[in-house]
Design a protein around this ligand. Structure first.
Ligand SMILES: [Zn+2]
Length: 243
């Protein structure tokens, strides 16, 4: 993480307008983040060492409540845990709102067309429009659930909006993935980053798989995961299109 030159005014606005609402911060999460932010980034420090008792005392909450919030912020990628020592000290990197992957991914996906060799129109294509386009998204995932990597059968798969439509997510190939019905219903309105981290906590993904999924979410939002279009596939090696 680079030590970005801090514009405190902008960071505070981004916290209020983007980070807290997009990641559904509770009042407690706000207090914990603000306090850690004040003692790290506002002091030009990337890393900050603290004990849970110290933090809880400063924000006048119980240690248990404070610890739960710190864990939530780590799970959402807002804090990066660098070290946890046996003396109950934590060392964390406190990310600026613009450095939080879930916020960036959601905004890149919602922003619209990516620059690809196929032109801007391709990025705007509605991939729910035709059966062939929907199949192209399924084909891109290679028959596995985008989130949990489970093998999919056509009867138990669906397309999921990475950024929910309720949050202005589009039907672009950059915002649609093929997934199992369980992941589709369990993710609900959650952020995809938070959802794949929950799969990791439930031991449905390994360390390496979690890293791979987070990278795939970045690539998807950046427009790098281009689905194989029906026309290309007919001209290709003649392999039969999967249903
Ligand atoms: Zn799944």
């Amino acid at each position: 993480m680079k030590n970005l030159k801090l514009n405190a005014e902008q960071a505070w606005k981004d916290f209020e307008d983007r980070l807290a609402p997009q990641l559904n911060f509770s009042v407690i999460d706000r207090a914990v983040y603000s306090h850690l932010f004040r003692h790290s980034r506002l002091e030009r420090k990337l890393r900050f060492r603290f004990s849970m008792a110290w933090l809880a005392g400063r924000i006048r909450l119980s240690e248990k409540t404070t610890r739960q919030s710190v864990r939530r912020l780590i799970a959402r990628g807002v804090l990066r845990l660098v070290e946890r020592s046996c003396q109950a000290h934590h060392v964390v990197c406190v990310r600026l709102p613009q450095e939080v992957r879930a916020v960036c991914a959601a905004e890149t996906a919602a922003r619209g067309p990516a620059r690809t060799s196929r032109g801007a129109g391709f990025a705007e294509t509605d991939f729910l429009q035709t059966r062939a386009l929907r199949r192209a998204i399924h084909a891109r995932e290679g028959g596995r659930c985008f989130y949990c990597l489970r093998r999919l059968i056509p009867q138990r798969r669906c397309l999921d909006h990475v950024v929910p439509q309720a949050s202005l997510g589009s039907n672009s190939y950059r915002n649609l993935v093929s997934c199992c019905l369980d992941c589709n219903s369990n993710k609900a309105e959650r952020h995809a980053v938070e959802f794949v981290r929950s799969l990791y906590r439930d031991r449905r993904l390994s360390d390496a798989e979690l890293s791979g999924r987070l990278r795939a979410l970045d690539d998807l939002a950046a427009g790098k995961l281009i689905p194989p279009l029906p026309r290309q596939r007919q001209n290709g090696n003649g392999s039969k299109e999967e249903s």
